[in-house]
Ligand binder design. Structure first.
Ligand SMILES: [Zn+2]
Length: 245
């Protein structure tokens, strides 16, 4: 098991963990919670009724959640379907997403007391997920210049080989100069930096470069984490964030 603390302040707590088994929630609401969720609940001192996990679809949809959604996708049926981003202005609610190479993106506006968490694959990263999230956070009182964004562990640009079709897709969204900063040609292979993709998208939403940071951990070449590319099927890492009381 490997766990990284992403945020630990008087305001918020956030982390990224492989868990013991890498099994977080099931699709049947009647199932008991998995051991990993139970253990995390215990270590955070927050009941599973306060945890939320959306059914992720690699899209652009964002859900604004409150305590009414508590337990969704964790211990009860999920009303957050095809949702890849969560935002809340409530304390003691644990937002969570699963990822195995995709990017967990943590957002926090301490002034407005609003947080968010994204599951960002390559389509969402180049799509509208970050835009939609910042819009939802603004509805809750956040200001782009006050939002801090942290890019969590994901498949790094040394490991993330992609096909030419990905560059073609990205060319519809990014300028040629930007594409040069996102893709690297090595021999006949092309590699994509999801970190840089998210940085560009976040800057376009008015976030300050000083407020955007990333960790260097890679889920693919660090075998302590679960990685889809490396062959882990049905096992993921969990990203979570909560505002403290
Ligand atoms: Zn790597």
């Amino acid at each position: 098991m490997k766990e990284i603390t992403m945020i630990e302040s008087g305001f918020a707590l956030a982390g990224f963990t492989s868990g013991y088994e890498g099994i977080w929630s099931r699709n049947e609401p009647s199932d008991p919670p998995t051991n990993d969720y139970t253990a995390l609940s215990k270590s955070l001192g927050v009941p599973l009724q306060n945890f939320i996990r959306p059914y992720q679809a690699g899209g652009d949809k964002v859900g604004t959640v409150t305590s009414e959604h508590g337990g969704s996708g964790v211990i009860k049926d999920n009303d957050l379907k095809k949702v890849d981003g969560l935002v809340t202005a409530e304390q003691s609610i644990v937002l969570s997403i699963i990822a195995a190479d995709c990017v967990p993106v943590y957002l926090a506006d301490e002034k407005a007391k609003v947080i968010g968490l994204l599951h960002c694959g390559r389509r969402s990263a180049a799509g509208e997920l970050i835009h939609n999230t910042v819009e939802r956070m603004k509805e809750l009182g956040a200001a782009p210049q006050d939002i801090k964004l942290i890019i969590g562990p994901h498949i790094c640009s040394k490991c993330y080989e992609v096909g030419e079709e990905v560059r073609t897709e990205y060319a519809k969204v990014f300028a040629p100069k930007e594409l040069d900063s996102l893709f690297e040609q090595r021999g006949k292979s092309i590699f994509l930096s999801l970190t840089e993709t998210i940085r560009l998208k976040a800057a376009a939403e008015g976030l300050s470069a000083n407020n955007i940071s990333s960790v260097n951990d890679c889920t693919c070449h660090d075998t302590a984490f679960y990685s889809y590319r490396r062959g882990d099927k049905g096992k993921q890492n969990l990203a979570y964030i909560m505002m403290k009381k």
